[in-house]
Design a binder for this molecule. Structure first.
Ligand SMILES: Cc1ncc(COP(=O)(O)O)c(C=O)c1O
Length: 411
């Protein structure tokens, strides 16, 4: 059975972050929500059926991950990414954020410096701060065509003593799928300065037809020895609510330190339905994923064309991967608060605030286009109308919103 992605799936009243927290987050229920990184598209029916089948056995006791489960993941990596993984390189996790948190705890001490390339996924900031480590940032270069790593800056930061680089590949929010040369240069610098790389590759299966993803650790045995890779079926198969993840570490010494840390926090257990869905998806959901990527790519192209044709004031780089797009609203010269106010109250859209991703996000918003085309079109039409109104009053937002002062004053 193939799903109809053109249908709008109503997720309200499922307690999902994206639709059931609009009032709390945006102060308003009636908006199109396009923030948190999951899809408004249904998972593979094969995965759904596997969960139902397992649920029919009414004993939900402690359960382990069997050999076939790991083999399905290893086969997936080999087939899709040409990456040959050994069974003993794998550790289990409940999520990528948990993995990064545990890796930081296992390999660094409070106060140690951890480098991130910003703007970047907001939880990188949170998890480094929560563990009492020090954030060091290197801004991506926003070139005319695409975002790039600033190797000179990265080298100067590494030379000043950085314990870990937490790297996002493909990159959330800017949508870059890093090329082999860029990855090799990054790895070369990190090896030179004795900095371990934690490569968050959660978005690695969601890349578009012009590019392909290269797992950093697959580049060479030397790079593999210095890299810890975090992956998960969550984004790929839209099963993030099932809390499951993998960590891949060839380096035995690092692996043991991380394994011990997981054990000490009792984090090795898994949810039965997560195991079932993950195993089924890596074994059987390649056709579903290929179909989903085609749909997402068409959404991406639709969005990019729509904006360049109708709202050219908003700048963007076409994402090469992820279903996220990083929109630059700086043309309108609104403060971040005004921008949020404009989007919520005039466009009725719930986007993700750019400054969550670092100071480079001032004037930016992240939009998630993993939804039906119909909904995406509606959202873009609303944005287009709102921009037209704003242009008519020469950017004076207060002229358009009745209770503007009140809205501006609240957080
Ligand atoms: C780069 C990146 N890493 C990790 C996560 C969260 O992963 P998990 O739910 O497995 O913790 C996200 C979710 O948006 C993400 O974009």
């Amino acid at each position: 059975m193939k799903r109809d992605y053109n249908k709008i799936y109503d997720r309200k009243k499922t307690d999902c972050f994206k639709w059931d927290l609009n009032k709390e987050i945006y102060g308003k229920d009636d908006i199109i929500s396009m923030w948190v990184a999951d899809m408004d598209l249904p998972a593979d029916p094969i995965v759904e059926q596997s969960i139902i089948d397992r649920a029919r056995h009414p004993i939900y006791g402690y359960t382990f991950r069997n050999d076939a489960y790991f083999q399905a993941f290893m086969d997936w990596q080999y087939t899709r990414n040409h990456w040959k993984i050994n069974r003993n390189w794998l550790l289990n996790s409940t999520s990528v954020v948990v993995s990064i948190n545990m890796i930081i705890r296992a390999l660094t001490q409070p106060g140690d410096k951890i480098l991130i390339c910003t703007p970047v996924y907001s939880q990188f900031f949170v998890t480094i701060t929560d563990t009492g480590r020090q954030i060091v940032t290197s801004s991506l270069i926003n070139d005319n065509d695409e975002y790039k790593l600033d190797f000179a800056d990265i080298e100067s930061k590494l030379a000043a003593g950085v314990k870990l680089l937490v790297f996002c590949s493909p990159h959330n929010p800017v949508g870059r799928v890093w090329g082999k040369k860029e990855l090799e240069e990054l790895a070369r610098l990190c090896i030179k300065y004795d900095t371990i790389i934690v490569s968050d590759e959660i978005h690695s299966d969601l890349v578009y037809s012009e590019v392909s993803h290269t797992p950093l650790a697959s580049l060479s045995p030397t790079i593999s020895a210095n890299t810890i890779t975090c992956m998960s079926p969550g984004k790929t198969f839209n099963i993030s609510g099932l809390s499951i993840g993998f960590i891949i570490i060839e380096n035995e010494e690092l692996r043991e330190l991380i394994r011990q840390k997981f054990l000490s926090y009792h984090l090795m257990a898994a949810n039965i339905f997560g195991i079932t869905a993950c195993h089924t998806a890596y074994s059987s959901s390649a056709p579903w994923l290929d179909n989903t990527i085609s749909y997402l790519q068409a959404n991406r192209d639709f969005l990019c064309n729509y904006i360049s044709e109708n709202i050219p004031q908003i700048k963007l780089h076409k994402p090469q991967g992820t279903y996220l797009v990083w929109l630059d609203f700086s043309y309108f010269q609104l403060s971040q608060k005004q921008l949020q106010c404009f989007l919520v109250h005039l466009a009725a859209l719930g986007l993700d605030n750019g400054t969550k991703y670092g100071e480079e996000g001032e004037g930016f918003m992240r939009l998630n286009f993993a939804c039906s085309r119909q909904l995406l079109q509606k959202a873009l039409d609303q944005l287009n109308e709102a921009v037209k109104k704003l242009m008519q009053v020469e950017g004076k937002l207060e002229k358009l919103i009745d209770n503007y002062k009140e809205i501006e004053d609240c957080d």
